[in-house]
Ligand binder design. Structure first.
Ligand code: L14
Length: 333
């Protein structure tokens, strides 16, 4: 089997670390792991396959001999360095939002649109975490009875926003329990004992960028811009795992058992839906798992053609690292 030189850009970040763990767990054929970071994290010892790799500063010459470069260090880093990596001969898998809507860049969730990988011109984009788990649940329904409209509410954990955001939820929780006030730095409001209807920046239409990403990326991945979507994305005081309440209007009425079967047969999806036993997915239960879990599946009593469901996945796994590594696996098939 061939082996590849793999670079991870943002190697000491929350997603970078998860990517390295995932490459190891899934036994991706790595000849050499190149860990790239900012000057601040230079020289960090990173364990991989029982050996240590020392992180180096990302620069213009970092990609010599690199086959695959997985980027997770922010949009401006991808904007500058992804083209440099491509020029050096690497294929880039980008975790940021920077290239996702570029028509020449495939946006891929392998269980949904693996074929799109083939059209790449050097860069492949990994979708937004909330989009990735949602399209897994939407795809089989769309194939069976064309989705007309989706109404989305999300409950998103802090880990997507990085290490400092994780620390802020920890320290604010501790402080507030001791009756001390806390200072909001990573989010616009306190995140402990709170919910914040604001992820990423506001756009002119009143939506946040996170909401618009869910809308536009879903249309691109499902290759159908006639699907209408609307979303409210909300940050909740959870460390890992995003949850989503979806109302999905189909173009025809499907029996609810049929809907369950379609979801059960979808790769990457697990139906966890047993209300009589209080069984439904929650982030605390499912953090660390690769699959996307769907529960609370029911007919919308206000519309016979619509389905309500609750979708939970680990935002660092399917929402980021796992999906990126799965794209790399498609490339070496
Ligand atoms: O990749 O949770 O588009 O604050 C931007 C928002 C990643 C998660 C993306 C967050 C996201 C992030």
């Amino acid at each position: 089997m061939s082996k590849y030189t793999v670079a991870v850009v943002g190697a000491t970040g929350v997603v970078g670390q998860e990517i390295i763990k995932t490459l190891e767990q899934r036994k991706f054929p790595v000849k050499e792991l190149v860990c790239l970071t900012s000057a601040r994290s230079e020289g960090t010892r990173i364990e991989f396959n029982g050996k240590y790799s020392i992180s180096r500063i990302l620069d213009e010459n970092s990609f010599e001999g690199v086959d695959y470069a997985l980027f997770s260090a922010g949009g401006s880093i991808s904007e500058k360095f992804a083209p440099i990596a491509v020029k050096a001969g690497a294929v880039v898998i980008d975790n940021t939002s920077h290239f996702r809507m570029d028509p020449s860049v495939p946006l891929v969730v392998p269980e949904v649109n693996a074929q799109a990988v083939k059209k790449h011109k050097g860069i492949i984009a990994n979708p937004n975490c909330s989009t990735a788990q949602m399209v897994l649940a939407l795809k089989p329904l769309h194939d069976a009875a064309k989705i007309k409209r989706v109404v989305i509410s999300t409950y998103q954990s802090v880990s997507g926003a990085g290490k400092e955001a994780i620390k802020e939820l920890e320290s604010q929780t501790r402080h507030n329990l001791q009756g001390k006030p806390s200072e909001a730095k990573q989010f616009t409001k306190d995140i402990a004992f709170n919910v914040i209807p604001h992820i990423d920046v506001f756009e002119d239409n009143g939506y946040t960028k996170e909401e618009m990403k869910m809308i536009l990326e879903t249309q691109k991945i499902l290759e159908d811009d006639t699907i209408k979507l609307t979303a409210t994305t909300v940050r909740v005081p959870v460390f890992i795992g995003h949850s989503e309440a979806l109302n999905v209007e189909l173009s025809e009425e499907l029996p609810i058992e049929k809907v369950r079967d379609l979801l059960r047969n979808m790769p990457g999806v697990v139906v966890m839906d047993n209300p009589s036993k209080n069984e439904y997915p929650t982030p605390k239960l499912l953090a660390g798992r690769d699959e996307t879990f769907v529960g609370r599946i029911r007919k919308d009593i206000s519309n016979p053609k619509a389905i309500d469901m609750w979708v939970v996945s680990d935002n660092l796994r399917k929402g980021a690292a796992l999906n990126a590594v799965q794209i790399a696996e498609e490339l070496i098939k």
